[in-house]
Ligand binder design. Structure first.
Ligand code: URA
Length: 429
């Protein structure tokens, strides 16, 4: 029988009383939790104690390293080009990964985007790509390496081998109200990203109603914590703080977002999606040592689109196939004339989810066609009766609940100063 180095009750009590945990305690508790020796209810108590009493920087670093050590680490050092990745803390209409990965690959920097599915009001990159006929999310490590060498970009499912302790802990945090906690979010995201083995990482830390962090101050703290964790693990890391008070672009929902991403790759698309894609690409390329490049040109001259087509085909997808379209739509119109000052990201994300674009439990299926098209964005003048949004679904009985969540989503004639002038608020290096 294994003699355990610590007792979970003592570790919980230490954090409950506001003391810092030692590296030995942290290594043990993560390992013992992964082995099932620390029970779910004990980890729930510890997560709540961390939520309430916070962690010191050294504890967060130790916690992150312990979660990395719970699983495998990928190694891209055999590739002939540097790797640079992006991680978004999650938002509504955030389809940026789709145009971004092929765009960066144009400049001979490999992009390993190991992604997830959506849960709750934020969409998942894999759900979006699965609306492309034939596209396959699951690749072996050898296939990932091969595609990175041949094409330079891969977006696929993160294998269950990366930071399994985080997988278990994240599911527990989800049901114990302990998600929204800087040490736990930072260590969760960074353990997976460091284990993934990228040499450069740009964090897109969202700020606003549709994000974990509702204000700039807390988002800045989260970004600083993650950047420091990345750098101390030898990953070149920086962060952009970006707006998530309004959905990104003009579409929310799986196939709708793929359509908009393809517009961006064709040199068009909404200005906020293009601006954020370009800002993140420039930062990823800077971390990989490529500073003298014209990123926008690769969108307008078709080079990024060529990479996209190769990337989709390599995973059995047909980039030329028509995307599914919803059979049922309903239009929401402006109730008055004036300056549009709010299109609330959280309410619109929840409405899209209720239309069938997202899932409540991880086993639930999602609809490719469900979602919301926006016809106006804050800062534009609108006229009473003008269409503001079109709701899409395969199951029209969902309209009523979706419309309910949109009741306070729109504001006309509010504070013009509350409309952000730029999508990127700040950069943390
Ligand atoms: N995304 C993660 O992977 N972990 C968190 O804790 C929050 C967002």
């Amino acid at each position: 029988m294994t003699v355990e180095a610590f007792d979970a009750v003592d570790v919980i009590a230490a954090k409950r009383d506001g003391r810092a945990l030692s590296k030995e305690q942290i290594d043990w508790v993560i390992d013992a939790y992964t082995r099932g020796v620390v029970a779910e209810e004990q980890m729930a108590a510890l997560a709540m104690a961390i939520f309430i009493n916070d962690m010191e920087a050294s504890e967060i670093a130790d916690w992150t390293q312990a979660m990395i050590a719970s699983g495998e680490r990928m190694d891209f050092s055999s590739l002939s080009r540097p790797t640079s990745d992006k991680h978004s803390t999650g938002g509504v209409g955030d389809k940026i990964t789709l145009p971004l990965a092929p765009l960066v690959a144009v400049f001979d920097v490999a992009v390993p985007q190991l992604s997830g599915r959506g849960l709750g009001h934020t969409g998942g990159t894999l759900d979006k790509l699965e609306s492309i006929p034939g596209w396959r999310a699951g690749l072996s490590n050898a296939e990932i390496l091969g595609q990175l060498e041949d094409i330079g970009a891969v977006i696929c499912a993160a294998g269950s081998g990366l930071a399994p302790a985080d997988k278990k802990l994240y599911a527990l945090r989800d049901i114990t109200s302990t998600v929204d906690c800087i040490p736990l979010i930072a260590s969760s995201i960074m353990s997976k990203k460091i284990a993934e083995g990228t040499s450069g990482l740009v964090l897109d830390v969202k700020v606003g109603s549709g994000a974990f962090m509702k204000d700039l101050d807390k988002a800045g703290q989260l970004a600083r914590t993650m950047v420091d964790l990345g750098k101390s693990a030898g990953v070149k890391t920086s962060a952009l703080l970006t707006d998530m008070s309004t959905p990104l672009g003009l579409t929310v929902g799986n196939a709708l977002e793929v359509r908009e991403s393809v517009e961006v790759l064709a040199g068009g698309g909404p200005a906020d999606v293009v601006d954020l894609t370009v800002a993140l690409a420039e930062e990823m390329l800077r971390l990989a040592g490529r500073t003298d490049v014209d990123v926008r040109a690769a969108l307008s001259d078709g080079r990024a689109m060529d990479k996209w087509n190769q990337m989709i085909r390599a995973q059995n997808g047909d980039p030329a196939a028509a995307l599914a379209v919803a059979e049922h739509t309903e239009v929401v119109t402006a109730s008055e004339t004036g300056l549009l000052t709010k299109m609330d990201a959280l309410s619109i994300g929840v409405a899209s989810w209720r239309l069938g674009a997202g899932r409540a439990r991880k086993e639930d299926p999602v609809q490719d066609v469900a979602g919301i098209e926006l016809h106006a964005k804050p800062g534009e003048h609108v006229t009473a009766g003008q269409p503001l949004m079109t709701l899409h679904t395969a199951t029209p009985e969902r309209f009523a609940r979706a419309v309910e969540s949109l009741e306070t989503a729109v504001e006309i004639g509010g504070d013009a100063a509350s409309v952000p002038e730029s999508i990127v608020f700040d950069k943390i290096t």
